[in-house]
Design a protein around this ligand. Structure first.
Ligand code: 6GU
Length: 234
């Protein structure tokens, strides 16, 4: 997969995209991530990329020129057309199902805004989808882009050490994850549940499923009401 990020703050991405699972996925060639600075496409002496909104009002709006020019440059960096996303709180909400869907794409192009938003012609002219990571407002799309990329990369085959570990994640079947324990068997008087020490794999699987269901009911009942036909049918 190739991911392009068009941003005003490429430096913000450097450390997160060069650590841990994402670093390994890049080193192993599972994903290629390229950052392009929108400001390099400003035609202004002061590298201006935003301006006051027509009609008045507070804040600044991303101008179409630098974004279009940057996009056209980036698109030519690879033959794959790619799916184009504007990062904005007005977008469709990102979730695990979306992460799975995006992990099957060959190329993703993310455009990060700052200021009060994008000139509307950026969305319509580039045919971009809009995506958000939740119902709150961030001061820019950078962290949202990193959240999305992290969630997508860990689903790429070979990204995680143990192929099973993404399958059992919370949400992988619309349920929260079951409780996990490791050594020691007793810590400060708190004991690991006997069943996990029993060696009975069928019983353990059943217990875990039950725990997942109970926790989801207690902490995230909204997940059960929404979309969990798969889990409750089992
Ligand atoms: Cl993608 N951008 C901004 N600015 N705020 C957000 C967001 C994105 N997703 C949730 N809040």
């Amino acid at each position: 997969m190739r991911v392009d990020i068009l941003t005003l703050f490429p430096e913000v991405f450097e450390s997160p995209l060069s650590s841990s699972i994402i670093k390994r996925a890049r080193d192993n060639g599972l994903i290629e991530i390229a950052l392009t600075d929108i400001r390099d496409f400003s035609t202004d002496n002061y590298r201006k990329v935003d301006d006051k909104p027509y009609g008045g009002g507070p804040g600044m709006v991303m101008m179409p020129g630098p974004v279009f020019d940057c996009f056209e440059h980036v698109q030519k960096l690879s033959p794959e057309k790619g799916r184009v996303f504007l990062l904005t709180p007005q977008g469709q909400k990102f979730d695990q199902a979306k992460a799975r869907q995006l992990s099957a794409e060959k190329r993703l192009i993310f455009i990060d805004g700052k200021y009060e938003g994008f000139d509307e012609r950026i969305r319509t002219g580039l045919g971009a989808e809009q995506i958000s990571i939740g119902d709150y407002v961030l001061s820019g799309g950078e962290f949202a882009a990193m959240v999305i990329i992290d969630a997508v990369v860990r689903l790429l085959e070979g990204a995680l050490g143990d192929e099973d570990s993404a399958k059992d994640d919370s949400f992988s079947e619309g349920l929260l994850e079951y409780p996990q324990y490791t050594r020691p068997e007793i810590y400060r008087g708190m004991k690991v549940p006997d069943i996990l020490l029993s060696g009975d794999h069928a019983k353990i699987a059943e217990w875990r499923r039950q725990q997942s269901l109970e926790r989801t009911k207690k902490w995230r009942p909204d997940l059960l009401n929404n979309n969990n036909k798969k889990a409750s049918a089992k």
